[in-house]
Design a protein around this ligand. Structure first.
Ligand code: NAD
Ligand code: MG
Length: 392
């Protein structure tokens, strides 16, 4: 199978290459992309010898090309958004790992969908922003969409084969998304006011990129995942529930009308969902340690406290209201998280900025890419001002 890996230098990208390296007879890397950490990308090119590597701008491209030239690596270096779309739709590529973080991943993920590739989707923001457009492109091209997000990958594994189109007709009652609750599950609300970026990105169970780590601490990550689940599986918001499960061993569940609940379990290591999607419908080894339930001892479940985690309620609100709401939510969240990471916004003001942005941006239909991108652009402007108005 010939692969393009978007966001190869990130947490998911590195885990993907780890699985790929374990099965050299099975996978060939055709293209890689990276936005920063050009040295990491250079080392990946030296090891995997892709035909193309894509970076963000001309300076990074020149730096990378010179480095590869010195090491006699023949990879051709391209740059910019159109190059990302190019490597996502190359005729010789079978599958695209979409692992760019945030809205920047939308256009190349869509290009892969349009080109009918096997799309391994980690970039949940693409579905949150443009769920209906994305799913339409998948249907039109006959692309195969496989979720990488561990919860959605678990749900996919627990779903009947023929769920597509009408999951309710297949006896599905609810999707139960599990959530670790992040690093602040047990902290008093009053202690959250002066949380630092370092504390927020120290996730108890998973090692991930900075943005998703902050999203996990606010639990906006789970809110985005509710929206993601809605589009992936065609299940209404009212039938998608969140359950706190601190151990992150049960990755999610499907509850059926006959009382059966099917769960997928495993150690919290993204190489499992990555290997599942790379090999589907077959199974390959991933390098993940076997699950030792006796060593784990117990699995706990608790209801979600929406007071403590208002971001989840904001995401349900956006999903229920439809129109441009989810794109606005996502954009405001990206701006607020970036401001928090740069110490310009306090942790508790992240939901304040998102809520103010949802209120300030008019709810209008956004069912094509142009209107979604306009909602994204305008919401970023509004959220930037909202961040400035919030005193730390
Ligand atoms: P990360 O920050 O570690 O990596 C992001 C990648 O995207 C890097 O390769 C970076 O160079 C690239 N990138 C960043 N900005 C870019 C831009 N403007 N243009 C082009 N490329 C850009 O992030 P991650 O943790 O690997 O997450 C990637 C995606 O996968 C996110 O959407 C995240 O929500 C999702 N996801 C991650 C995990 C995880 O365990 N890390 C789990 C589930 C879902
Ligand atoms: Mg997840």
């Amino acid at each position: 199978m010939k692969l393009t890996i978007l966001g190869a230098t990130g947490s998911i990208g590195v885990s993907t290459l780890d699985v790929v390296a374990q099965h050299p007879e099975r996978f060939e890397v055709v293209a890689l992309s990276g936005h920063s950490r050009i040295d990491v990308l250079a080392a990946q090119c030296t090891k995997f010898r892709p035909k193309f590597a894509v970076v963000g701008d001309v300076l990074s491209a020149e730096k990378l090309q010179a480095q590869l030239h010195r090491e006699s690596v023949a990879t051709e270096v391209l740059y910019g958004p159109s190059a990302l779309e190019h490597i996502s739709s190359l005729p010789e590529v079978d599958a695209v790992m979409a692992a760019i973080v945030g809205a920047a991943g939308l256009a190349p993920s869509l290009a892969a969908a349009r080109a009918g590739k096997r799309v391994l989707l980690a970039n949940k923001e693409a579905l949150v922003m443009a769920g209906s457009v994305f799913m339409d492109e998948i249907k039109k091209s006959g692309a195969v969409l496989l979720p990488i997000d561990s919860e959605h990958n678990a749900v996919f594994q627990a779903m009947p084969d023929d769920y597509a189109g009408s999951p309710m007709a297949r006896g599905i009652k609810r999707i139960l998304l599990t959530a670790s609750g992040g690093p602040f599950r047990n902290r008093a609300l009053s202690e959250l006011a002066d949380v630092t970026p370092e504390q927020a990105i120290a996730h108890p169970n998973w090692t991930m990129g900075k943005k998703i780590s902050v999203d996990s601490a606010t639990m906006m990550n789970k809110g985005l995942e509710v929206i993601e689940a809605h589009w992936l599986f065609g299940v209404p918001a009212a039938q998608i529930e969140v359950v706190i499960h601190p151990q992150s061993v049960v990755h999610s569940m499907v509850d059926y009308v006959d009382g059966s609940v099917i769960a997928q379990l495993g150690n919290p290591d993204m190489r499992t969902p990555i290997a599942q999607a790379l090999a589907w419908p077959q199974r390959i080894s991933s390098g993940v340690a076997p699950l030792d339930l006796c060593a784990i001892g117990r699995l706990d479940f608790e209801p979600l406290d929406l007071q403590r985690f208002p971001c989840v309620a904001l995401a349900y609100r956006a999903l229920n209201e439809g129109n441009n709401r989810a794109a606005v939510l996502n954009a405001a969240n990206e701006i607020a998280v970036a401001a928090f990471l740069e110490r310009r916004l306090s942790f508790l003001n992240i939901p304040t900025v998102i809520s103010a942005t949802l209120d300030a941006v008019e709810s209008v239909p956004a069912d094509d890419l142009a209107s979604i991108l306009e909602a994204d652009r305008y919401a970023r402007e509004v959220a930037t001002i909202a961040c400035q108005r919030c005193h730390l």
